[in-house]
Design a protein around this ligand. Sequence first.
Ligand SMILES: *Cc1c(COP(=O)(O)O)cnc(C)c1O
Length: 499
Amino acid sequence: MQFQSTRNRQLSVSSAQAIKQGLSADSGLFVPKSIPQMTLEEIGKLAQMKYSMRAKVILSRYLTDFTEEELEHCISQAYTAEKFGSDQIAPVHKLCDGQYILELWHGPTCAFKDMALQILPHLLTASVKKTGETAQVVILVATSGDTGKAALEGFRDVAGTKIIVFYPQSGVSEIQKLQMATQDGGNVSVAAVIGNFDDAQSGVKQIFTDEACKQLMAEHGYKFSSANSINWGRLVPQIVYYFSAYADLIKSGEITLGESINIVVPTGNFGNILAAYYAYCMGLPVKRFLCASNENNVLTDFIRTGTYDKNRAFYTTISPSMDILISSNLERFLYHLSNGDDALVSSWMSELQAKGSYTVTPAVKERMQAIFSGGFADSKQAMATIGKCYQSFGYVMDTHTAVAKAVYDDYRAQTGDLTKTVIASTASPFKFNQSVLTALSGEAAVSGKDEFALLDSLQEVTGLPIPKSLAELKNKPKRFQDVWAKDDMLSAVKGFLQL
Ligand SMILES: *Cc1c(COP(=O)(O)O)cnc(C)c1O
């Protein structure tokens, strides 16, 4: 299977090359040349398999240049019961008749980024080897929170890699800061940057393009790479859990083979929901996708009107991982919707760059609306939904999942569509303890409490155990406390690599 750029179909590479490179040379994203198909019979067989086998079936359809042993190795390093709490990896919880929560947060950092970032380092090191590259991979990440920690956990002590994560000193939560400052591993480094997320992000971009630095790195046998969400190696593992959820529903008798379901995804960069769309294109029976946004509802408007317009106010919300105005992975969706019209996709992306907006053709809009609905829920609705779900079903959900559930409730009320529905749940409620506790017990319950007191209170109120990785933070030594000026980030990298 070859992969081609969304902006130039002539640019075609193997999957190992696509994963190693991340972004295509023309700044396009790599997409599969054709989408592999799964028959209903093949989907039915998944029901009897463990998650790791399901992963092997799906990944092997795309990563055709990987041997069976290579894939098995990558999968067995990533999806273990030790790291994900059980060998279910991504369990499905029945909320009530016809509504199922796909829990994607049982990994080491308690958020769904683990589903991809636990396996990406292994796919990447295998890809590097397969393409004849001998340099050691150095991963640079700028993070506004969840991605940095998930990347650190994924890459820690993976042979042939080093990772350095920059986060804005005053732009991440206390618990996120602690998660990174206490990171284990002999090949990791973490640095705070004085400034906001954009400062950290532009600093990383500058280092990536610094020719002198590249030269120096090469002399020492290093090569930069990135772990960000546009890498095909992060997208493809996400396709697996949609098949897995469907297989679980068959196994438990909730649906029959061939029955179409709806899928609801709390969306930011459009990676998670795009993976669901790939599953559908492969043959997963889906009736409708619901793309759920918070106040930053650029995607809701796009799906409803066909015009993408990022020129709007930016809101900081209680679902911060969805506070995004440019959803990079949308480019892949547009490519497929336009039947691979690379010139058209390029022109839209140029318009986005130049004026912050573009309008798709009526045909593309129609194809999108035939299968996608968009909706948004604000913080108030999300908070109310957390409370309501706990009262009605005894189920505790985080703020991002609550946005998805609120959008689904609206959709169902408006359309009367009673199709059985899977709602993707992207974070443990303990990760967003303050908002969740407020939703359950009111403002008074959180006032004056530090992160650990909040975790304790949430445990008392819900009777759920605090995830081990969060509970342990309290007693872990802080290894990384360096703070750097944004113009000094290169020095931090050089120091870490001893250049
Ligand atoms: C990253 C993230 C999202 C958004 O996922 P996308 O793939 O960017 O759409 C939603 N919820 C949580 C908790 C996340 O960490």
